[in-house]
Each structure stands twice: as structure tokens, then as C-alpha cells.
Ligand binder design. Structure first.
Ligand code: CUA
Length: 167
């Protein structure tokens, strides 16, 4: 028969609201950020660029002729193969201001391709083709390293990109 004691409800209500609102706003904010980056900025997970038989890399175009080729004004393509414990080619020369697309794969185990100073960081998986494009504006030497552990001499697996100044 006794009424529950009257409580100062507003204090509890505001306190709850202070937690409820952010718990709604934060996921909505994250979903909005996801939508903007995915559909607006076009940032998404890498997709399958192509496949190649891992046992026949050396016989399959374009990997039968690894190397650098010019594809347009200031544009180059590097067909790159990786194997324990080297890249082919291991040294690449391009003029400053070049946009370079790397088309790469592995002939044996999982390797990685990381180029210091630019946005290149991909895995090189046997059977899969990895493709990544970047621009080299500043002249200098850029280290190109394998960043996936690939065996006893993993640490020796590196090469360089020499970006030559414009004359
Ligand atoms: Cu190749 Cu580590």
C-alpha cells in the first residue's frame, strides 16, 4: 500500500542519458566514417588482381620478363617476382616525378613488398598477383624490403629504387 519513495528522477535520467547518447552516436559516427571512406574516398580492402600458377611463374606473362618498362609520360610499370631471398629486378631506376605501378608475385613462399617512404606495403603470395601504384617525387634511394618472414635469410631480402633528379 505504501508508494515507493519518491526519488529525484532527473539525476538518474541525465546520468543514463549521458551514457545512452554517446553509445548511439559513436556507432552512427563510425558507420558514417566507413560509408564516406568506402563510397566517397574509394578506400577498400584489396581485391584479387589476378592469379598465376605458382609453379609456372617464370613461364607466365608478364612474369616471364620481369623488369621496368615505360607505359606513358612519367608512368612506369615494374613486373616484379620474389623468391628466397631476392626480388627480380632488385634495383630499379626511375626519374623523379614518376608514377610506378608494381605488378608482383611470389615464386615460392609468402614474401612482402614494402617500399620505405612511399605508400607501398603488400604481401606477395604464391598464386596471387599483387598490384600497387605509387609516385616517386623526391630524388634519392628508396629501400625495397621483404617484410614477411620467409626463411633463414629473410633479413637479406631487399633491393632499392633509385629516383634520379630531373636534369
Ligand atoms: Cu622474403 Cu622475407
Amino acid at each position: 500500500m505504501t508508494e515507493p519513495p519518491a526519488r529525484p528522477g532527473t539525476t538518474v535520467h541525465l546520468y543514463e542519458l549521458a551514457w545512452i547518447l554517446p553509445s548511439i552516436a559513436i556507432p552512427i559516427g563510425m558507420l558514417a566514417a566507413l560509408a564516406v571512406t568506402a563510397f566517397g574516398a574509394g578506400i577498400h580492402l584489396p581485391t584479387v588482381e589476378g592469379r598465376v600458377s605458382p609453379t609456372r611463374v617464370a613461364q607466365t606473362a608478364p612474369f616471364d620478363t620481369p623488369g621496368l618498362r615505360q607505359t606513358g609520360p612519367d608512368r612506369y610499370e615494374v613486373v616484379l617476382t620474389s623468391q628466397i631471398w631476392t626480388f627480380a629486378p632488385n634495383e630499379i631506376r626511375v626519374p623523379a616525378g614518376s608514377t610506378v605501378t608494381f605488378v608482383a608475385t611470389s615464386k615460392d613462399v609468402v614474401h612482402g613488398l614494402l617500399i620505405a617512404g612511399v605508400h607501398v606495403n603488400v604481401m606477395l603470395l604464391p598464386g596471387q598477383v599483387s598490384k600497387v601504384t605509387t609516385r616517386f617525387d623526391r630524388p634519392g634511394e628508396y629501400a625495397m624490403v621483404c617484410h614477411e618472414y620467409c626463411g633463414i635469410a629473410h633479413h637479406t631480402m631487399w633491393g632499392k629504387i633509385i629516383v634520379e633528379p630531373r636534369s
